[in-house]
Structure formats: structure tokens, C-alpha cells
Design a protein around this ligand. Structure first.
Ligand SMILES: NC(=O)c1ccc[n+]([C@@H]2O[C@H](COP(=O)([O-])OP(=O)(O)OC[C@H]3O[C@@H](n4cnc5c(N)ncnc54)[C@H](O)[C@@H]3O)[C@@H](O)[C@H]2O)c1
Length: 324
């Protein structure tokens, strides 16, 4: 199958790329390398340095290719930055995605897998969260994801664009041999930050809040290994082409770990002391955020195989030792 990955040089995109190439798909990448993306892009893929905000360049590119499917990872991903600079997020996430969708329908490309986020749910929900639960995103980041989701539903109705939206919870970990993992700039994700403290690249870990309504006072989140996230994409491709149905799925582990637990387990896996400082909790951060993953289990026959905390932390540590 001829597949385009937007954001294919990023963390989840480059890990997905590896698997797609191993499955003998013909893959091309669009990425503007804006998030300190992985430079070890698999050489068997074709890389195109294109900004999705440049509609004419994007449209010319798509006009000459006959892609069967687009997997859309590209975007800006920092929730706090989106509150400080919403313009960047409405442009780089919403307008850029709209460019992509418009160019796709103009060029008769009718299948898309979209990277959405648990941020669409906001902070007023019951755990574990179901796909159909109420959505009230609180950050511009979460709002842009929900706007794209809604646009996709309209484009399906009017232009027959079939999509799978995957709402990722916390994607983490690396390839089992540590050859490819997570790297953002600036890094805001908890597991790579803990690894950086363990390796000495970062002097201390900032723990935002220890006064939440949880068993140890620190926030509880749902962590899912990137290999399981990749597998959800492979199963989504199958489903989309067999059923020709649009749908939305959570990708999560259906269980949560507290920040304190992550610190303790990181110390065990790395054999290093994690120095941390407790800061004020961040506004809008829910105490607990856990996915209900029964829909993706039932319909796509997906289940997490690598998302136990040990595998996540061990693979992240192998990767940290490679890049430090
Ligand atoms: N990592 C997670 O835990 C997580 C959780 C929820 C949702 N997501 C979503 O999954 C997707 C991938 O996340 P990731 O962690 O791999 O992020 P990432 O930052 O590693 O990858 C995103 C890629 O998109 C590229 N990009 C950004 N703007 C672009 C533009 N205008 N044109 C072309 N390329 C552009 C970046 O250069 C980067 O390589 C994102 O859409 C993110 O919002 C990720």
C-alpha cells in the first residue's frame, strides 16, 4: 500500500514508519523537522521536508502521488505552550490539518488515520473514560484536536473521506533494543524527563503537585508503549480498508500509575537516585486520567502487549543511554 506519514520524523511517526516498512508498504514522509524530530529516519522511506501550512507546495506534492492512505501525526504537541501561544496551535494544528484534508479530497485520497489526544476530554469526566463521554477540552491544544475530529466527521458525510481517529493517552517507551525512542525539544513528557535525570542530562525532575486526590497525592496517568500505539495503527489500517467505516478509538492501557510510582520504578530500573522538586500543581490537570480501551479491544482486536511499566521504563532507559 502507498502510505503518506505526516510528522513521520517525529516520535510516534518514526516508530510507525519502521513497522510499515517491515510490512513492505511503500511509505513517504512529510515533516518540517520542527520538533527536534528523529534524524535516523528509515532510509527506505522517502523523506520530504514540507510544511503543511504551505498549501500550494503540499497540494503540488499530493497531486503527483497516488497515496492509498495518509497517517497524520504532524503537529505541535505542548499543552502549556498552547495556552501561552494559541495562535501557533490554531495555525500549526488546525489550519495545517485543514490544508491536508482539502488537498486530500482535491486529489481523491479518501482514507486517513488521525492522531488525536486524551486532551479532548478536558478535566470533567469519570474514569475510565469512554470515547462517547462528554468532551470539553481546556487547552488550545485539546481544542484544535477536537476541531479536527469534528471536521473529519463533516468531510466524511460530504466528501466520503473515511477516517480512524485515535485518541492517544501517554505514549512512551522505545523499540525493544532501544534503537528508536522519544525525543522532543523542549521535552515535556514525564518518562523521557525522568530518564534524563537518571542519566545526568537534567539536574532534577519537577513534580507538579503532590496534593491531588489520589492514593499518594500525585497525578495518575495512563501510559501506553509506543509499540502498542504502532500496532493500533496497523490494526486501524486493516479495519479502514476492510470495513470502509469511520470511527474513533481511545488508545490506552486501561490502568494508571502515579508520578510517585514512576519515580520509584525509574530508580529501580536505572539504579539511579531521581532528584526531584515538588512544585505547585498545574491548573487544569485532572487527578486521574485513565482510558476505557474496551472499544478498540472489541472492534480492532487490539490489546496492549508492551505497556507494563517495566518494559516501558527499560526500553526508555536503553534509548536514553543511546542519545545522552
Ligand atoms: N506522544 C504522545 O504521548 C501523544 C499523546 C497524545 C497525542 N499525540 C499526538 O500524536 C502526534 C505525534 O506525536 P509525537 O509525540 O510523535 O510528536 P513529535 O513532535 O515527535 O512529532 C510530530 C512531528 O510533526 C512535525 N511537524 C509539526 N508541525 C509540522 C508542519 N506544520 N508540517 C510538517 N511537519 C510538522 C514535527 O517536525 C515532528 O517531527 C501528534 O499529533 C500529537 O499531538 C501524542
Amino acid at each position: 500500500m502507498k502510505i503518506l506519514l505526516t510528522g513521520g520524523a517525529g516520535y510516534i511517526g518514526s516508530n510507525t514508519l519502521n513497522t510499515l516498512i517491515n510490512l513492505n508498504h511503500d511509505v513517504e514522509i512529510i515533516d518540517n523537522l520542527s520538533n527536534n524530530s528523529n534524524l535516523n529516519i528509515n532510509i527506505k522511506s522517502k523523506f520530504n521536508n514540507i510544511n503543511l501550512n504551505d498549501f500550494d507546495i503540499l497540494n503540488n506534492f499530493l497531486a503527483n502521488k497516488k497515496f492509498d492512505l495518509v497517517i497524520h501525526f504532524a503537529g505541535s504537541i505542548n499543552v502549556s505552550e498552547s495556552i501561552e501561544n494559541p495562535k501557533k496551535y490554531y495555525e500549526n494544528n488546525y489550519v495545517a490539518s485543514l490544508n491536508l484534508l482539502n488537498s486530500m479530497i482535491g486529489n481523491n485520497i479518501k482514507k486517513l488515520i488521525f492522531s488525536s489526544s486524551a486532551a479532548v476530554y478536558g478535566n470533567d469526566f469519570k474514569n475510565p473514560i469512554k470515547e462517547s463521554d462528554f468532551k470539553k477540552p481546556i487547552s488550545p491544544y485539546g481544542k484544535t484536536k477536537l476541531m479536527i475530529e469534528e471536521t473529519l466527521k463533516d468531510y466524511d458525510k460530504s466528501y466520503d473521506l473515511k477516517f480512524i481517529t485515535l485518541r492517544f493517552f501517554n505514549s512512551c517507551g522505545a523499540q525493544l533494543d532501544g534503537s528508536l525512542g522519544e525525543r522532543h525539544n523542549p521535552e515535556t513528557h514525564i518518562i523521557p524527563l525522568l530518564m534524563q535525570v537518571a542519566s545526568g542530562r537534567l539536574s532534577k525532575f519537577n513534580l507538579f503537585g503532590n496534593n491531588y486526590n489520589t492514593y499518594d497525592g500525585t497525578c495518575i496517568r495512563d501510559y501506553v508503549h509506543v509499540l502498542d500505539v504502532v500496532d493500533a495503527h496497523i490494526k486501524s489500517i486493516d479495519y479502514l480498508f476492510k470495513k470502509n467505516n469511520s470511527d474513533i478509538f481511545n488508545i490506552g492501557n486501561n490502568k494508571g500509575y502515579s508520578v510517585n510510582k514512576l519515580i520509584l520504578e525509574t530508580e529501580k530500573v536505572t539504579n539511579k537516585k531521581i532528584k526531584y522538586e515538588v512544585l505547585e500543581g498545574r491548573e487544569g490537570d485532572p487527578s486521574i486520567l485513565i482510558s476505557d480501551n474496551s472499544k478498540i479491544k472489541n472492534l480492532l482486536k487490539w490489546s496492549p502487549n508492551y505497556s507494563d511499566l517495566k518494559t516501558i521504563l527499560k526500553t526508555a532507559w536503553l534509548w536514553e543511554n543511546k542519545i545522552k
